[in-house]
Design a protein. Structure first.
Length: 238
């Protein structure tokens, strides 16, 4: 099987995490840095935490590769979670706005500068584009689904831009997906923040391995193919 660019990126990330793991085993000071992230001054101040959260989420969603930007939502929210139950809602809302601003870049690239799309991804994007043309009613679900994952959403926003899909609908469904994702971290549902850091560097490293592997599998498995299969099954039942 021919290796793709994503395979090489995956291997590089695994190697880097392994090097980081060895460093943490050897260096106690670095372990303390990982375990004390949530105690850093910016995360103890709500205003500063919101500002940091917005920009980290924006940059994280602007980059063409998945980034673990959700950690900032946990650390901005946790110091205030027991003080006021509505503060995590505010943190999640601000985080979702940062994600939205970053993700909309993909939409406008597709709408106004389609020539910037790399050749390697052209066929995949065309596949999504044709599917959206053939199944316009599925578009909101697809947009929300991509927004609900930490994956970069340009796989769906660029094709939407190319077919001139309604901007307001695109903005709403991306934002709703990101808001739901950010609230999961802001309210620390299922104790998910403990997997990112602040308690045990070992758990953090293991979680990092798992996240990279899961993201790799999500990128490798075509969501579009899965939806097509579900659509075909539904059509046969009818």
């Amino acid at each position: 099987m021919k290796l793709k660019k994503i395979d090489y990126i995956f291997l590089v990330l695994i190697i880097l995490i392994t090097i980081l793991s060895i460093d943490l085993i050897v260096n106690a000071t670095h372990r303390e840095i990982i375990e004390d992230i949530s105690k850093y001054a910016p995360f103890q101040n709500l205003g500063m935490g919101l500002l940091v959260t917005f920009w980290v989420c924006l940059v994280g969603n602007l980059l063409p590769v998945p980034t673990p930007y959700t950690f900032v939502v946990c650390f901005s929210s946790q110091p205030f979670l027991e003080i006021n139950y509505f503060i995590p809602l505010l943190v999640g809302f601000i985080a979702s706005l940062g994600c939205l601003v970053g993700e909309l870049g993909g939409y406008f690239i597709g709408r106004g500068a389609s020539e910037l799309i790399s050749e390697e991804r052209t066929e995949i994007l065309k596949s999504y584009q044709q599917f959206l043309i053939d199944h316009p009613k599925v578009a909101p679900f697809l947009i929300y689904l991509f927004g609900l994952t930490p994956l970069n959403d340009d796989m769906i926003t660029i094709p939407l831009g190319l077919i001139k899909y309604d901007v307001k609908k695109t903005i709403f469904w991306i934002w709703l997906g990101k808001l739901c994702l950010m609230l999961v971290f802001a309210y620390n549902l299922l104790n998910i923040c403990s997997l990112i850091g602040g308690e045990s560097w070992i758990i953090s490293i293991i979680s990092l391995y798992i996240i990279v592997i899961l993201v790799y599998l999500m990128l490798r498995v075509s969501i579009l193919d899965l939806i097509r299969k579900l659509t075909i099954r539904k059509t046969k039942k009818l």
